[in-house]
Ligand binder design. Structure first.
Ligand code: ADP
Ligand code: ASP
Ligand code: MG
Length: 436
């Protein structure tokens, strides 16, 4: 069995949904994971935020505006009156659910149910289209098998047990359609795998069924060697190892959700990144094999916060680092980069939910400086052992960019720099010279 995941742009219009149907028909048994149509989750976030602020009229206008896009999609997608009708009924039921919150109370607990509507809609629209085209398929609800546990981590056992059961109950089917992103939490409530989480769904599903391959279909022909949103002349990379892909995803390559490589890596399932706009292009293949050494790609992650803690004593006494890290652990805030000197330690985080509390605790051990609007730039490859000169070449490229932190040697795949976000474009463009 294979898993194919289609992202927001790949299901972003009636024409794109028809293209997906073209790509998935055929005899191989498969699970198709869909995101919401592009723009929908952002709109739902805005709707939920207005409902939360009791701006019910604004929320109602946003809901009705979004509904019009869906009506247009249904009009273009289905050829028969029967399916036009079915499509409209489907839209009415989801949008009436959303509108009900403008008449009634809305609490933050309902936010996740609002966000889930995008994936519920896109999968039902595709399923109807396949039915209309007489392509046999089954819609299997992610809310019946995808679950996170008390630590908000995927409950692998539950996912595997329930997904296998559902698939074996539908043994006569070749094509299964399901939602990315959405899941249930340990209380059985609707939750999600965080923004961009459909990639993670696909990878978890791939691992649960021990798929032959997981394919991530998106709007670009694979992982590029630099951020295509910032730099011109980037190129797709033919092959990456799981570790390289994971580092790039973690450090800002938006094409993959940061956690999405782990399940496939652990089960040694190949991941292929493909373009729905150019299905014949090679894309990127991600496996455990190292096919080429050296520099592979550059990624950047924004919204980073740097925290410098200067020890109250003259030198970093033993136990100081432990106390500092314990504070971040207590507030479940993960650290991306670390550098130390004799008297201070600098760390970076990307989640400021508990920053105030963390700062208060850290102040017990020394002075604390916090800088926002930082960006981590990561140079990723398989280089440390093979090419001792790589660090100096990279630093040479970064001449003229002020560097706040450098992390080198933590893994064989990554050299990272912390810079001001305003210098990001300059840094990425300069580093692109490494590929010439
Ligand atoms: P989807 O909706 O299919 O999940 P995303 O927008 O999440 O698509 O991811 C694809 C986008 O990731 C591309 O359009 C591209 O702008 C961006 N991106 C950022 N870094 C990279 C990279 N190194 N290689 C390819 N795409 C990248
Ligand atoms: N629809 C969700 C989002 O926009 C999940 C995804 O697209 O991967 O974040
Ligand atoms: Mg995505």
């Amino acid at each position: 069995m294979i898993v194919l995941k289609f992202g927001g742009t790949s299901v972003g219009s009636a024409e794109r949904i028809k293209k997906v149907a073209e790509l998935i028909k055929g005899n191989e048994k498969k699970i198709v994971v869909l995101s919401a149509m592009s723009g929908t989750t952002n709109s739902l976030v805005e709707i939920a935020s207005n409902l939360f602020k009791k701006q019910n009229e604004v929320a109602a206008n946003l809901i009705n505006g979004l509904k019009l896009n869906y009506i247009e999609t249904v009009n273009k997608l289905y050829a028969t009156a029967e399916y036009q009708e079915k499509g409209k009924e489907l839209i009415n039921s989801h949008f009436n659910f959303l509108l009900s919150f403008t008449q009634d109370s809305f609490t933050i607990h309902e936010e996740k149910a609002v966000l889930a509507q995008g994936e519920l809609l896109s999968t039902a629209l595709l399923q109807f289209y396949l039915e209309e085209m007489k392509i046999k398929s089954a819609l299997i609800p992610a809310l019946q098998f995808m679950r996170i546990d008390k630590d908000l981590e995927p409950d692998d056992f539950y996912i595997q047990e329930n997904l296998s059961r559902i698939i074996s109950e539908n043994d006569d089917q070749q094509i299964f359609i399901t939602q990315g992103f959405i899941c249930r939490n340990r209380y059985g409530e609707i939750d999600n795998l965080k923004r961009g989480g459909s990639d993670y769904s696909a990878s978890l599903i791939g691992a649960a069924i021990n798929a032959k391959e997981v394919q991530i279909w998106t709007d670009i022909d694979g992982m590029h060697n630099n951020d295509p949103r910032v730099v011109d002349n980037t190129r797709p990379i033919k092959h990456l190892t799981y570790d390289e892909a994971a580092e790039l995803a973690y450090f800002g390559a938006k094409i993959l959700h940061p956690s999405s490589i782990t399940p496939t890596k652990n089960s040694n399932i190949p991941v292929r990144l493909k373009s729905t706009l150019d299905p014949d292009s090679d894309g990127t293949l991600i496996t455990s094999k190292t096919e080429s050494k050296g520099l592979k790609a550059i990624a950047a992650k924004d919204n980073i916060i740097a925290i410098k803690i200067k020890s109250g004593r003259m030198l970093l006494a033993y136990g100081f680092l432990r106390k500092v890290f314990e504070i971040f652990e207590l507030y479940r805030t993960s650290i991306d980069m670390i550098t130390t000197s004799e008297v201070a330690v600098s760390v970076t985080i990307d989640d400021d939910t508990n920053l105030k509390e963390i700062e208060k605790e850290l102040l017990k051990y020394g002075t604390v400086e916090i800088d926002r609007d930082q960006t981590i730039v990561s140079v990723v490859g398989e280089f440390l052992e093979q090419d001792k000169g790589v660090a100096s070449r990279i630093l040479e490229c970064l001449k003229g960019v002020s560097i706040r932190m450098i992390s080198y040697g933590g893994s064989n795949h990554n050299i990272s720099f912390l810079i001001n976000t305003e210098d990001k474009k300059k840094a990425l463009v300069k580093l692109n010279a490494l590929f010439n």
